[in-house]
Design a protein around this ligand. Structure first.
Ligand SMILES: NC(=O)c1ccc[n+]([C@@H]2O[C@H](COP(=O)([O-])OP(=O)(O)OC[C@H]3O[C@@H](n4cnc5c(N)ncnc54)[C@H](OP(=O)(O)O)[C@@H]3O)[C@@H](O)[C@H]2O)c1
Length: 320
């Protein structure tokens, strides 16, 4: 079964996730959707120092948005900030240093941000990483889960009150088509049992992002939540985490700008806000978060139990 589903997914990828897939999808894009000014609106983008996050920051800065880059490496972030200002002539680009795999720091950062800034219109949960070996953070949490799931959960949860006070608030999470071969698991969140398979753990965390988005949409109806797959884009993360895939696919990969296109569309366009909240997108289109046969669907109570688990784990790191 797993060979079958992985093959189905890979064939889908070859057709849809590559540069050619993007070019073919782009024929139906409505150009004026992105012909907007977002001057005065503020956008927090995690992992904006490279790849898809940086490309999204540039596209939004060109349209006048205030950008809050949330990055873990100060030098890289400052260099990217310089590039963004040079390329867009927008000086409202702010750098915040945060390692999303450290939950205490994520709480502290978000709480301080809420005190300092009166509004945040859009949160883009873009930062993500795939670990090849099981590594733990300073609190003993497995790092892929800590970054891709718990970090996204705490940042979003903590910023929801600020988003709710702001106009036309949106939360966009950059997931991955890899999650299509994963069903939500809640039993081994820290990958403590069994051999560690970084690709599977990453794909599971990306499924968890889809579930979080669906659940948040149900409980916070003034915010527009979406989650998306950027396709296969040529970025440092792909080259580092999947060198064989990168070598064989390099010439077929999307550019970071093509990978960021749907992120930008979800963040700035009216057309995106008119779609239902909590849905999964690819190439500016709402698509199913499940492959045919639907074996990856989970009952509601399991998804709710997962949110309760995150709440409980998150709370243990919350400053008093
Ligand atoms: N490229 C693809 O084909 C593809 C496909 C599916 C999904 N995605 C998703 O797209 C998103 C962006 O990735 P990308 O491909 O653009 O790769 P990238 O260029 O390597 O960007 C990833 C960004 O996330 C940051 N990051 C990673 N771990 C972090 C942490 N613990 N705390 C703070 N920042 C952290 C990285 O910071 P550093 O620079 O310090 O490492 C970097 O800025 C990720 O969520 C990825 O899973 C990408």
């Amino acid at each position: 079964m797993s060979l079958y589903r992985n093959s189905i997914w890979f064939l889908k990828g070859i057709h849809e996730y590559t540069r050619k897939g993007f070019e073919s999808a782009a024929k139906r894009f409505v150009e004026k959707d992105l012909d907007v000014s977002v001057a005065g609106r503020s956008f927090m983008i995690t992992g904006a120092s490279s790849g898809i996050g940086k490309a999204a920051a540039i596209a939004i800065a060109k349209r006048g948005g205030v950008i809050h880059m949330v990055c873990r490496n100060k030098d890289k972030a400052e260099e990217a900030r310089g590039d963004i200002i040079r390329e867009t002539a927008n000086k409202e680009i702010h750098v915040h240093i945060l390692d999303l795999s450290e939950p205490r720091k994520v709480w502290e950062f978000a709480e301080a941000f809420k005190k300092k800034y009166k509004s945040l219109n859009v949160l883009i949960n873009n930062a993500g990483s795939m670990m090849n070996e099981r590594e733990v953070n300073t609190d003993g949490l497995e790092k892929s889960f800590a970054t891709n799931t718990l970090g996204v959960y705490i940042l979003t949860k903590s910023l929801i009150p600020l988003l709710e006070k702001s106009s036309d608030p949106r939360v966009i999470t950059v997931s991955s088509g890899g999650m299509l071969v994963q069903k939500l698991r809640t039993g081994n969140l820290q990958s403590e049992r069994g051999p560690f398979d970084g690709t599977k753990v990453y794909a599971q965390n990306k499924r968890q992002q889809v579930v979080m988005t669906e659940q948040w949409a149900k409980t916070h109806d003034s915010i527009h939540f979406s989650v998306m797959h950027p396709g296969w884009a040529d970025t440092p993360a792909v080259a580092a985490a999947r060198p064989d895939f990168y070598r064989s696919m390099q010439h077929k990969l999307r550019s970071p700008e093509q990978g960021a296109d749907t992120v930008v569309w979800l963040a700035v366009s009216e057309a995106a806000a008119a779609k239902p909240s909590g849905r999964f997108f690819q190439d500016r289109r709402m698509v199913s978060a499940h492959l045919p046969l639907a074996w990856t669907r989970s009952p509601q109570d399991r998804e709710q139990k997962f949110m309760v688990l995150l709440e409980e784990i998150g709370k243990t790191f919350q400053p008093h």
